[in-house]
Design a protein around this ligand. Structure first.
Ligand code: NDP
Length: 418
């Protein structure tokens, strides 16, 4: 791979030329890459070895009535049926009065890992005694946060192993997700731990297990509105509760239950420029908080109502990272009409619960494939080479076939072209 030397230093055109010279891409491929890139070459300033702007479709989801206010929710996803399901789940909840949310606090946690410490008790006592001066050191490292009403709130010492401990720092990061801010503050405190406490710091970094940044969304739906086809509302409710129980007791099901929730959570996180990997890792760690991996949402029945509840860490920002850079993010914030990061947290938690309701509803009644395959046919047809003006005809042929796969999509295209 000699031609790739100093690839990161090359201009964009030179990178494309290298990919072509190396026989990896054709002239037509390069044309395709070039067509994705805007004149500002924004991506080039955001990441390393940039070669193209990879686009993922964006749509809007309807019917989110949250704490009395209606939201239009932008979602970025490559998966068919996610947005349709989200709107369906939200519409059921809207008929029942909408979602209610709770946010206790928005603190981000960071860790300073100390190895081969002398005495846990002594260091713990030292940290407690010096709590105020350590918080001052942290705040000095990113002073603008104080001016915005945020800053370091508490610090604690936690044993991890015989030779390892974590000094956890909790920071109010205001409107940001806060990873960079926190990392700066942690490194300042770590320097002090090394110099004054004479301890060995292994590393310092934000924790994505954002247990001090939890969002709760709830809904309560009369069983009477849940009936569908041959199922009564009571039966639908009972089956949703059973499905929810399965996700509490079986990690195999819990992982899929939570994947469905994250379909919605990630799509809004992406649309709003947030770090969805951070949210994913925090959510899954939280799902396993008592030692067993469980569903993030739970459904119960009481007083003739199906009651849903989701609680998950949502360390999102309304500023910082790529949020202020990507033009679509600004537009999506306007579509959402959110005032701050806390409001965004609330919306995302509701999308997770709405998405989950739609998935469970479909699973325990008609099954998920009927709706899925209608949309999946479209993806299959496009992948098999259907042109936009052929799509409707191809789908009409595919709808008549029992099996929906790439072979039937190809056959449908051949049929309409004959
Ligand atoms: P930034 O580094 O962009 O910091 C936030 C910025 O927002 C600061 O420049 C701050 O200004 C500005 N700001 C303006 N108004 C406000 C306000 N009201 N409240 C708070 N800040 C405000 O981003 P973050 O620190 O949020 O870090 C997020 C980024 O870090 C993401 O891109 C993430 O992917 C990445 N990251 C994630 C990690 C992880 O998850 N483990 C690890 C490392 C990075 P000022 O400078 O004046 O304070």
């Amino acid at each position: 791979m000699k031609g790739f030397e100093k690839f990161y230093r090359r201009k964009l055109q030179e990178r494309w030329d290298i990919l072509q010279d190396e026989g990896i891409l054709t002239k037509d491929d390069i044309k395709c890459l070039r067509n994705t890139v805007s004149s500002s070459e924004l991506g080039n300033s955001m990441i390393e070895n940039f070669i193209a702007d990879y686009s993922i479709p964006e749509g809007v989801s309807f019917h989110y009535l949250i704490d009395g206010q209606e939201y239009l929710v932008p979602m970025v996803t490559e998966e068919p049926s996610v947005i349709a399901a989200s709107s369906h789940g939200a519409s059921i909840v809207k008929k029942a009065g909408g979602f209610k949310t709770k946010i206790k606090q928005r603190l981000m946690l960071g860790q300073i890992i100390v190895e081969n410490f002398k005495s846990f008790e002594k260091l713990n006592e030292g940290i407690e005694n010096e709590q105020q001066s350590l918080l001052r050191i942290a705040n000095k490292a990113h002073y603008s946060l104080i001016k915005r009403g945020g800053g370091a709130r508490w610090i604690r010492c936690r044993p991890l192993a015989d030779d390892l401990l974590s000094i956890d720092l909790a920071v109010d990061v205001r409107e940001a997700m806060g990873a960079n801010m926190l990392n700066t503050m942690l490194e300042a405190v770590a320097d002090h731990i090394r110099a004054v406490f004479d301890e060995n710091v292994l590393m310092s970094i934000l924790s994505n297990y954002a247990t001090e940044c939890l969002a709760i969304a709830e809904c309560s739906i009369p069983l009477s509105v849940l009936g569908k086809e041959s199922f009564t509302g009571e039966e639908i409710g009972r089956r949703i509760v059973q499905a929810s129980r399965v996700a509490q007791v079986d990690p195999y099901r819990a992982a899929t239950h939570n994947k469905g929730i994250m379909n919605g959570v990630d799509a809004v996180a992406l649309a709003t420029g947030n770090d969805w990997r951070a949210i994913e890792s925090g959510a899954h760690a939280f799902a396993a908080r008592d030692g067993q991996y469980r569903g993030l949402s739970q459904w119960t029945i009481s007083d003739e109502q199906l009651k849903g509840r989701i609680e998950l860490p949502l360390p999102v920002g309304s500023v910082g990272g790529s949020i202020g850079i990507l033009p679509l993010v600004k537009i999506n914030q306007r579509i959402l009409k959110i005032k701050n990061a806390e409001e965004l947290e609330k919306v995302i938690a509701c999308v997770g619960l709405g998405q989950n309701l739609a998935a469970l509803y479909a699973l325990i009644s008609e099954g998920i494939q009927k709706g899925h395959m209608r949309l999946q046919s479209k993806t299959l047809a496009i992948a098999a080479g259907a042109k936009p003006d052929e799509l409707q005809q191809v789908l009409a042929v595919m709808n008549k076939t029992k099996e929906k796969n790439s072979a039937t999509a190809k056959a449908a295209i051949d049929k309409i072209r004959r």
